[in-house]
Design a protein around this ligand. Sequence first.
Ligand SMILES: [Zn+2]
Length: 95
Amino acid sequence: MGYENNPKKELERAVTALREDQPDQETMQAAGQRVWQRLGEEAQASKPVSVSESIHGCEDIRALLPEHRSGKLPTAKALLVADHLRECVACRKES
Ligand SMILES: [Zn+2]
C-alpha cells in the first residue's frame, strides 16, 4: 500500500514533524540578534555614556524602580536596572 514498514523512516518522519512544530532555532536566534542590534542602535542614538553615567549605584537604581516596574523606562536604562538587580540583592528586594 505504498506505506513502507520501515521503523527508521517512521522515526525520521516523527523527528521532522517534531522539528516543524518547534519554533526553529535559527529564527529565534535571528530575532535575538535583531533585538540586540536595535538596542545597540538605540544606545548609540541616546548617547550610552550619559545613560550609564547618570546611574550610579543603588540610590539611582531605586529611584528608577517605579518606572522600571511599570515598563516606562527607555530600553537602555531598563537594561541597566535589570543588570543591577541581577547582581544586587538589596535592590532586588526593593523591586
Ligand atoms: Zn543595588
